[in-house]
Ligand binder design. Sequence first.
Ligand SMILES: *[C@@H]1O[C@H](CO)[C@@H](O)[C@H](O)[C@H]1NC(C)=O
Ligand SMILES: *[C@@H]1O[C@H](CO)[C@@H](O)[C@H](O)[C@H]1NC(C)=O
Ligand SMILES: *[C@@H]1O[C@H](CO)[C@@H](O)[C@H](O)[C@H]1NC(C)=O
Length: 788
Amino acid sequence: MLSFLLNILLASNAQASIQMALSDGAKPAIQRADSIQFEMKSSADVFSPKDMLSMPRPGQGVANPDGDLVIVPVSQYSFETKKTNKTIYISPLDSTIGPIEFPLVNGGEAFWLDSRTLAHVVNENIFAVTLDYNATAFASGSSSFVRVPRSPYLVGSFPIGTSPTNFKFTGSKKVHTSPNEKDDLQHILVFSANVYSDYDLNTVKEQDEKWENRGNSALVYDELFVRHWDEYVGEKKTRLFSVELNWEGGDSGGSWRLGTDYFKVLEHTEHYTPVEPFGGTDDFDVSQEHIVYTAKDPSVSGATHTRQNVYIVPLKGGLVPRELTTGHQGATHSPVFSPDGRWIAWAEMAEDGYESDRAVLVLYDLKSNKRWYLTQDWDRSVQSIEFANDGESSNPTIFVTASEHAYVKVFSFTVPDFVTSETISKPKTPKFPKPTAITHSGSVHGLQALHNGKLVFGRSSYTGPNNVYLASGASKADDHINFTRVERITQFGVKELKGKALDHGEQFWFKGAEKGREVQGWVFKPHGYGNSGDVAENDAEGTKDNSDKKEKKWPAVFFIHGGPQGAWEDGWSTRWNPNVFAQQGYFVIAVNPTGSTGFGQDFTDGITKDWGGKPFVDLLHGWKYALKHYPIDEHRAVAAGASWGGFAINWIQGHPDYGFGFKALFCHDGIFDTRNGGYTTDELYFWDHDFGGLPWSKKAKETGEKFNPSQHVDKWSTPQLIVHGGKDYRLAETEGLAAFNALQQRGVPSRLVLFPDENHWVLKPANSYKWHYEVFRWFDQFVGKDAE
Ligand SMILES: *[C@@H]1O[C@H](CO)[C@@H](O)[C@H](O)[C@H]1NC(C)=O
Ligand SMILES: *[C@@H]1O[C@H](CO)[C@@H](O)[C@H](O)[C@H]1NC(C)=O
Ligand SMILES: *[C@@H]1O[C@H](CO)[C@@H](O)[C@H](O)[C@H]1NC(C)=O
């Protein structure tokens, strides 16, 4: 213990503070000098925090009905103007030359009216933008392959102050290139808006003003939620509306027109969807006749229950929504229709109150009103769902995304005969499908099956942000569809990352807490490792046998993820991007301990009521493995984590006996007092589940106390940086304050950085830059210089 402290002494210039720690004094610590000179590394071959934060941030691509063009919303921050601009990019889906920036100023939301017309939503107005796409010109390399032959025109306006969003248009499912073609489709636009309890778009502005001018600032509550994620809950709630949006005019010309009757499709219910705080267009889908959606069960409190039911209602409402779930399940998400509108699929968890239960794909047949739990034998959790567009096939094929071994992959499976055929009865021991993985790297989201059998999706990785991919050459096997070709369509980030030599990350597996169970981790090599920063793509076997690399030892950061039911996955992040840390000269070790997702449900469940148990055995074994196999200087190692990872930092701080030996710690939005957390967090079910009961129950009190970092403050001695968001209502700001108060009274070198306007995540680019600066500055003080 003493030598451990002496190491800190050598590596830091805070000797007075350490003395106090040794004497357990209660005197205030000397304020750390603000004058410490520190600059983050940045140069042409370094991927700096600034580089990362000013990269384009592409959203989800959406293909047109014909499947030849895709639009991608992109936002980008500029450190010069201190502003984020938003643009819509458009790219042909048949090549890798794109993307071409499409000049939609204020380009936030857009959707397809038909294959050649974009609806562009600016504030409360919808404009139609007609496109003229010349594939021949594109193939010959001409940049003017898309023209706008007609000035954008107003399609219609929503009442002022309503901020409509989450648009889904029934017409955009039809394949056609001319809006003049007569068809018998319903053209209905479904969207959401925040409205008062009168469910009326027309009174929103007036009621907003009345609330603003009520003469006091009190917020009054009789029931939960009080606050949720980063907002105090008010009277306004998210509701769905539908409205007609038709093509009007003859063959020679015409226009799209928005109707003026808004249908309150969820009237006479207490259904609110998309579900706050993260719900979006994934929470509902439209067919030619219906809307299917997920909403919190109105009969129980959303703060103590995760249950969400799936309902179906006609496009224009008018009937009481019909529930398709049993009403006894837990959360549901991602309800989608099959292309012919007969089938509905959604992801469903069995246990109410547990947000990280395994999500099973449920298939509902509107023809027979039967419900099937199709992936019940598959030990993966369904994240998103899309029906293949395979024409008249009687057995639909379904694509899903799911986490598996630190990737988010696309899987597919074909619905078995006993489900689809009315003549085949259910076998005694039915063989339920086990989906087949058809992608194997990166993190996939936003599946979109095209009418031509191709599949569009978004994928990011540790080495690049989200880009649009196209899978083609479908081949149908007995039980799944595979593709012979997967190509990247857009090129976001390629230019910006040129010459930066980002590391793909290398996986390692080691023995974990449970007998016979291997646990997975990632290693990222520091900038400058292996000569001239060339962390080679092909350097798969790592470093063990290379003796000249062995001579130099490097500082390291140990990453601990939040959740705790989450994982370090091969995907792009602007918050915890391992390459940004590696590029500042650190080895990054990121382990997926017990509780992590994508390694089987029992592994995820293993952290329940065991927060300070098995996960720390895994973390320690992973860390020791890394020390043994990579040239890490163990005297220059630090650890960092947010949320549950922040709990883990505070827990490690109080457990020097574990022997991690970190020289400095960084806790972002972590937990200091576990038991208090059970009363102050917004989603109370989370704590109740993970600690095995209500906070005052005997069992949960015991577990909460057993794994309470605040019980071990008497052993806190490692320098620690604390960052907390003032709008963090998941783990309240007082958790960060309490930990800082403890460290200061103990005289342990510590710094508190508060972001009053950030939630559980630091999202504003300028704040994120400051976050990175403080973190790297902190680490640099303790492990920056080679001790040798
Ligand atoms: C958006 O910002 C980026 C970065 O500052 C810039 O390159 C781009 O031209 C901007 N686009 C628009 C449409 O202003
Ligand atoms: C499309 O582009 C090609 C090549 O640039 C050009 O020859 C052709 O006239 C264009 N077609 C139309 C309809 O504009
Ligand atoms: C899918 O197709 C690709 C490309 O042809 C092939 O490499 C892969 O093994 C196939 N996967 C399965 C599960 O059949």
